[in-house]
Design a protein around this ligand. Structure first.
Ligand code: GLA
Length: 419
């Protein structure tokens, strides 16, 4: 497995619009942008690798976001530049069948929403856009879905049309599979549906968001391993493999149940399974009918689902210690049963606990990217110091500390605004 530690660009923290507006002029024949579309990244607090099984997740949106300055065009062309020089300008024609760029190319995250919306709404006018981002790329904070959502909103706005939020989130979750990742629907749902100051329990099929106020004295700290988990690259295979293993695990459970003539189990889904059986019975079913990695994957998915509901309860009751214990258990399950952690993620989680966090876990797909740790305001400084001194002291790492180690602010969902 190839992992890269490298410079993720200095433009993430470029919050002001004046420099990007100038860059827009330069990229697009001196004409000014009319609007900008913004979509936040997210930190998933708990419920990892459950969404593509139709099971709930508990994320919140971040202040860090993708922004696209744009100007509608008269024709059906989309031209998109990026302030991050890692991503060269891309240009294509809108259609229901847009030929993809090579796997891993950022252009596919532009084409995915454009193809889907053209399929849904018919011929559309295109736009010129310039992307800026304050989200680290490939960090488990959903920079790719934020881009997809920002493009979708810009395109809708350029065509003076709208799609209801939850429908758009479901459409975009499907659309993103254009990039080759068999993802779930968490990232698109929270990027569009988040409310400031709140986390959301997201349920699927049909999509629903249940808002939970984040207790004012809870601090969720995000810390980056500095290892990129390229979901468009090597991590995609590992990610898709987990999805397939989950499908295989439930297929075997389904077969075993219908062979033992348990009524109505021929087409059982994960949500039906977890609703119908107690956790004790689910674990028993797993032990009896599965082994090796499939048993681990199944055990993670069913125990993680229970942890999501318990965490929601803990958050509503402002029980920080209980929430922390559930985060720790989630990480252990992702490490041992789901096998998506890495030495760097484990190291940051261990340091967070040493630093007094109530709990810590990897967030997002894993294989690199970030951890999230929970603490209260009194222990925050100690936690930040322990992480900083234990992980980011190396003079070799080229990042500004506040880009890779920060307190997450529960933020609102995507929007389009005038420049
Ligand atoms: C990625 C995907 C999400 C989800 C997480 C793991 O972020 O985009 O849909 O599956 O991994 O929980």
């Amino acid at each position: 497995m190839h992992q890269r530690k490298d410079n993720m660009g200095s433009s993430w923290q470029d919050h002001g619009l004046s420099a990007p507006v100038e860059a827009f002029h330069e990229a697009f024949d001196g004409l000014p942008p009319t609007h900008f579309s913004r979509a936040p990244g997210r930190v998933n607090l708990i419920g990892e690798h459950t969404d593509y099984n139709g099971l709930p997740v508990l994320p919140m949106a971040l202040r860090q976001e993708v922004r696209i300055l744009f100007r509608p065009r008269e024709d059906g062309t989309v031209r998109m530049a990026n302030r991050n020089p890692e991503f060269p300008i891309r240009s294509f024609s809108l259609s229901e069948d847009i030929p993809p760029d090579p796997a891993g190319d950022w252009g596919n995250y532009l084409k995915a929403p454009c193809q889907a919306l053209t399929g849904l709404l018919g011929p559309l006018r295109g736009l010129d856009g310039l992307v800026t981002s304050t989200l680290p790329v490939a960090s488990g904070l959903s920079s790719s879905s934020a881009l997809v959502i920002a493009v979708a909103q810009a395109l809708l706005h350029a065509n003076e049309t709208q799609v209801p939020t939850l429908d758009l989130a479901e459409e975009m979750a499907r659309a993103e599979r254009y990039t080759g990742t068999q993802g779930g629907g968490m990232d698109q749902a929270i990027a569009l549906g988040a409310r400031a100051g709140h986390a959301s329990r997201v349920e699927f099929d049909p999509l629903r968001l249940y808002e939970i106020p984040v207790p004012p004295d809870w601090r969720f700290v995000v810390a980056h391993t500095l290892v990129r988990a390229e979901k468009s690259g090597w991590a995609r295979e590992a990610y898709n493999q987990r999805n397939q293993e989950c499908q295989e695990a439930i297929r075997r459970i389904r077969m075993a149940l219908s062979e033992s003539e348990v009524a109505g189990t021929e087409a059982l889904t994960y949500p039906e399974l977890t609703a119908r059986f107690s956790i004790k019975n689910l674990l028993e079913l797993g032990r009896t009918h599965l082994s090796g990695p499939l048993l681990g994957r199944f055990r993670h998915v069913v125990t993680e689902t229970l942890r999501v509901y318990r965490s929601e309860e803990a958050m509503r009751q402002e029980d920080l210690l209980a929430f922390g214990i559930l985060m720790d258990a989630s990480h252990e399950s992702l490490r041992a049963d789901y096998e998506v952690s890495s030495p760097e993620l484990d190291r940051l989680v261990a340091l967070a606990r040493e630093g007094g966090a109530a709990g810590a876990r990897l967030t997002g797909a894993g294989f690199g990217g970030c951890v999230v740790a929970l603490t209260d305001p009194f222990r925050l400084d100690r936690l930040m110091r322990t992480l900083e001194q234990g992980y980011y002291r190396s003079p070799r790492h080229p990042h500004r500390l506040r880009d890779v180690l920060f307190v997450a602010q529960p933020s609102g969902g995507a929007s389009v605004e005038e420049v």
